[in-house]
Write a protein that binds this ligand. Structure first.
Ligand SMILES: NC(=O)c1ccc[n+]([C@@H]2O[C@H](COP(=O)([O-])OP(=O)(O)OC[C@H]3O[C@@H](n4cnc5c(N)ncnc54)[C@H](OP(=O)(O)O)[C@@H]3O)[C@@H](O)[C@H]2O)c1
Length: 278
């Protein structure tokens, strides 16, 4: 896997968003906060009047209800509609995106080949973000076609950094893996959080206190893993006193095959991502 560092693009990029939903809003908020683009240089296209009104009044950007109009004059077009809307949107935009315009898609499971064939355009970035992007703490894995210049890659990286961290990969096959691991990852973590809260309630803690204890524990543990750079197994051993309470809990988890179950679950998601992509 290749990791490339791209420098921040400042200032005057003209951005167009097809779809003004949750992810588009997260990117808009991030690019404005980071001065990647100015509000007057951002256009969003969305069919819902209330969404357009919320985005124009909230961020002072432009909003239209016509996808073709939205892409005109943009340096980068961000495709932020649900995958099921693609059969409508791709033919609509076919032939309407100029060769020098960058198309960046964040749609899950929609591969480069489908985008290229559907749009008749091959200056493409395909990205797989995740839901913590909504609070600027996402992780996005992305790839680009050969036709994307270094400058456009820098633009793409700047846009994606609005959602949190980003990792560039040369080969698209890693996007299916990222879909299974970091794309679905928040659901697995929320599932574990939910189970821990239920355990707290079972013992007799109030739901409020249990929730606070668990969320802060997960947040703090993730921060410790990131900041220390120490392998999670070593961090786990540091909590596990000989003959202690944590050792008892870990034994129950090992006996239940929890680690193997987690690995098998992610592999099942990977297999599904590959079949959806085909
Ligand atoms: N949410 C995440 O964390 C996440 C993570 C990874 C990838 N993604 C990907 O990001 C993309 C956007 O997800 P989202 O959560 O932001 O979805 P969303 O909130 O549903 O936003 C999509 C927006 O596009 C609008 N739309 C529908 N048809 C359209 C059309 N023909 N032309 C233009 N706009 C149209 C929708 O309007 P209506 O409400 O009327 O349908 C909605 O406002 C998806 O492809 C998803 O796979 C999302």
């Amino acid at each position: 896997m290749d990791f490339l560092q791209f420098s921040q693009q400042e200032g005057d990029i003209k951005l167009s968003f097809i779809g003004g939903g949750v992810m588009a809003e997260a990117i808009i908020r991030g690019v404005l906060d980071r001065d990647v683009a100015r509000a007057e240089d951002i256009v969003v296209s969305d069919p819902v009047p209330a969404r357009r009104e919320a985005l124009t009044s909230g961020y002072k950007i432009n909003a239209v209800d016509d996808n073709v109009q939205a892409v005109m004059g943009a340096d980068a077009v961000i495709l932020a509609v649900k995958p099921q809307v693609m059969p409508k949107v791709l033919p609509e935009l076919r032939g309407k995106i100029a060769p020098d315009q960058l198309l960046l898609s964040i749609a899950a499971g929609v591969g480069v080949k489908r985008l290229r064939d559907g749009l008749g355009h091959d200056v493409l970035i395909r990205a797989m973000p995740n839901t913590p992007a909504q609070v600027g703490q996402g992780i996005t894995v992305w790839t680009a076609t050969e036709k994307v210049s270094l400058e456009d890659r820098e633009t793409g990286a700047s846009i994606l950094r609005a959602l949190g961290e980003e990792i560039f990969v040369e080969d698209e096959k890693y996007l299916d893996m990222a879909t299974a691991l970091s794309g679905g990852g928040p659901a697995y973590v929320f599932f574990f959080i939910e189970a821990l809260i239920d355990a707290g309630v079972h013992m007799g803690l109030s739901r409020d206190i249990a929730e606070k204890l668990v969320v802060e524990t997960v947040l703090g543990s993730a921060s410790l893993a990131r900041q220390s750079g120490t392998h999670p197994a070593i961090l786990k051993n540091m909590v596990t006193s000989p003959g202690g309470t944590t050792a008892e809990a870990l034994l129950v988890m090992e006996e239940a095959g929890l680690k193997g179950t987690v690995i098998r679950a992610v592999l099942a998601a990977y297999s599904k991502a590959q079949s959806v992509g085909k």
